[in-house]
Design a binder for this molecule. Structure first.
Ligand SMILES: CC(C)(COP(=O)(O)OP(=O)(O)OC[C@H]1O[C@@H](n2cnc3c(N)ncnc32)[C@H](O)[C@@H]1O)[C@@H](O)C(=O)NCCC(=O)NCCS
Ligand SMILES: Nc1ncnc2c1ncn2[C@@H]1O[C@H](COP(=O)(O)OP(=O)(O)OP(=O)(O)O)[C@@H](O)[C@H]1O
Length: 200
């Protein structure tokens, strides 16, 4: 079984996916994969350098993520270019990792942790969707703090995604992550038990 886990930037997906991992879920993390597919000399890396120029590279030839982020989060067209380069490779690798898990653990529950699950259409491939929700003020505050961003930068990043209130409509399971981590863990446990029960 594959479960999609999504939400907005800094809504708490990683926090929730760590809890699901503790419960026995197998996590396939799109953000991690998106880093891996742009490592130096990978095809996606070459296409990024071709489009954005050598100035996008750090001294060790890896991509300067801060610089690339500042370009794509304020320019929808440039973001589209990056998405077109990176997303097909991410999808391919997610499927590969999922198949690998299935071979090892045929009855395992696989969690796809994907910030753009809905925007990118991947939600059609998962059996159930968990959305991690926080109110806009909490999201902004946590994002500014975690990534040391100014309010303007943080707002730009939030605006690059479908509003969380829209994503909620796709949810089979909704997690409210405004409270304490303990409150969130209780909700995660409840959902996990429900998913397990549906498999028996
Ligand atoms: C622009 C990049 C270089 C910025 O890197 P940085 O290390 O600062 O951020 P990181 O990758 O950790 O992403 C943080 C969060 O930003 C959001 N985000 C990232 N890319 C995008 C995007 N193209 N559109 C909307 N939101 C995005 C996600 O919520 C993600 O969890 C990087 O995010 C990137 O390569 N993005 C394109 C690939 C992508 O879409 N990744 C998201 C998962 S597939
Ligand atoms: N219930 C909570 N109480 C307090 N802080 C929290 C809570 N949940 C998450 N956080 C903090 O909020 C920030 C965002 O959470 P997290 O990194 O899990 O979000 P995310 O959705 O995975 O983000 P991204 O889309 O950028 O990958 C982190 O600094 C995390 O420690």
């Amino acid at each position: 079984m594959v479960i999609g886990l999504t939400g907005g930037i800094a809504s708490g997906k990683s926090t929730v996916s760590n809890m699901l991992r503790d419960l026995g879920g197998f996590i396939v993390d799109a953000d991690l994969i998106a880093r891996k597919v742009v490592e130096p000399d990978q095809l996606a890396w070459r296409e990024i350098v071709e489009h954005f120029g050598e100035q996008i590279l750090l001294e060790d030839r890896s991509i300067n993520r801060t610089l690339l982020g500042s370009i794509v989060f304020q320019n929808a067209r440039e973001r589209e270019v990056l998405n077109r380069i990176v997303h097909p490779r991410v999808r391919e690798e997610m499927i590969r990792q999922t198949e690998e898990i299935r071979e090892r653990k045929p009855r395992g529950i696989v969690i796809w942790d994907v910030p753009l699950l809905i925007e990118g259409g991947l939600y059609q491939w998962v059996e159930k969707i968990i959305v991690v929700y926080v109110d806009p003020a909490t999201q902004l505050r946590r994002l500014m703090k975690r990534d040391s961003l100014s309010e303007t930068e943080a707002k730009r990043r939030i605006a690059a995604q479908m509003p969380l209130a829209e994503k909620v409509k796709f949810a089979d399971f909704l997690i409210h992550n405004e409270g304490t981590l303990e409150d969130t863990r209780k909700q995660v446990n409840r959902i996990w038990n429900e998913i397990k029960a549906s498999l028996d």
